[in-house]
Design a binder for this molecule. Structure first.
Ligand SMILES: [Zn+2]
Length: 344
């Protein structure tokens, strides 16, 4: 049984390839962070090495050791996605030179299973040199070796790598799907499940982490408070905040992107409240603040700022100068209050 939640298209594609013996030598799993790429990759590795009749069974010795990252033929390599998914100590932080080691390892027969599987997480962070070396490996496939590359942003990958892989897209789950899974599989209480299902944006992995770690919700609340403060602050304070983010960005890109996503969700919620769709907001636990705040901005202002946040996120992903991007974003925060009491 495939343990990944949802992703029926991706699962049935892989299942069909397994049954017909037409597996690719390399897969590229594309999808947002925490959507289930690693779970699906481990499921595929299990299916390839499972000892039971209906792979992946999830219960045989091989399946269990793969699930706990202890199988000698399944290597997980973390290419440095920003450190937000360091849950397993068995993950290896890979340097450019280690791709060569990987090539050597791929040339040896499986130790205990039927297939060697290399799962490369955050493959968009490969340097050009490392990508070229990996490309060589992908171009000369070895019989029992399968590469599964995971990425949140395939546009940062060399086209030559993408073209050597079979692309499998993982899509965000519906909020209801996440809510059900949280209640039935992780025993989360209904009210909390409802909130987490909205907040995770279809990425179940985040919701599961947050269900078991109140610190994540606490941190989100603090970030959100800070962003709301900045919205009402003067330019000097906004620039100081931008400078802090730039500083963070140099250490951890993912963290800055998370703040932008949080801000984007907030302003999307304002838009929803503004057009009378309060029941579909993400931040359901802050509906009162959203409703009050929505009164202070026009629909055009909200739309324009949503665009600004999106553009900033895209520019950061494309390696634009972070200080410039974030300062421009700060300058585009709309002024509150000019449209008070005006109808939409
Ligand atoms: Zn099994």
């Amino acid at each position: 049984m495939w343990s990944v939640t949802g992703q029926t298209r991706a699962v049935s594609l892989l299942q069909r390839s397994l049954e017909s013996g037409s597996l690719a030598h390399a897969y590229l799993f594309v999808g947002p962070a925490h959507v289930g790429k690693m779970t699906l990759a481990l499921n595929l590795a299990q299916a390839l090495n499972c000892e039971a009749a209906g792979p992946p069974c999830g219960e045989c010795d091989s399946c269990q050791r793969i699930a706990s990252a202890k199988h000698a033929d399944v290597q997980i390599l973390d290419l440095g996605s920003g450190g937000d998914s360091a849950e397993s100590e068995s993950r290896v932080k890979i340097s450019v030179e280690q791709i060569e080691q990987l090539q050597h390892s791929a040339s040896l027969p499986p130790f205990e299973g039927r297939h060697k599987v290399f799962i490369l997480d955050g493959v968009e962070f490969l340097s050009i040199g490392a990508a070229n070396r990996l490309l060589k490996t992908l171009e000369e496939p070895v019989g029992k070796v399968i590469f599964i590359l995971l990425t949140t942003n395939e546009s940062l990958l060399p086209a030559t790598i993408v073209s050597r892989c079979q692309r499998v897209e993982l899509v965000p789950l519906a909020a209801g799907e996440v809510e059900d899974a949280l209640c039935s599989r992780w025993g989360v209480e209904p009210e909390k499940a409802r909130l987490l299902a909205r907040l995770c944006g279809g990425c179940l992995g985040w919701a599961v982490s947050a269900a078991g770690d109140d610190g994540l919700l606490q941190q989100r609340a603090e970030w959100l408070d800070r962003l709301l403060e900045i919205t009402k602050a003067d330019n000097e304070q906004r620039f100081a905040y931008a400078a802090q983010l730039v500083d963070r960005f140099s250490q951890n890109r993912g963290l800055v992107q998370e703040r932008l996503d949080l801000w984007l969700d907030w302003w999307r919620d304002l838009l929803l409240v503004k057009v009378g769709c309060s029941d579909t907001v993400t931040n359901i636990d802050r509906l009162a603040t959203l409703t009050e705040m929505a009164g202070g901005y026009s629909l055009a202002q909200i739309r324009a700022f949503i665009d600004s946040i999106r553009v900033a996120g895209e520019q950061l992903r494309l390696n634009a100068n972070p200080q410039l991007v974030l300062e421009v974003l700060m300058l585009s925060i709309p002024d509150e209050g000019k449209v008070k009491n005006l109808s939409v």
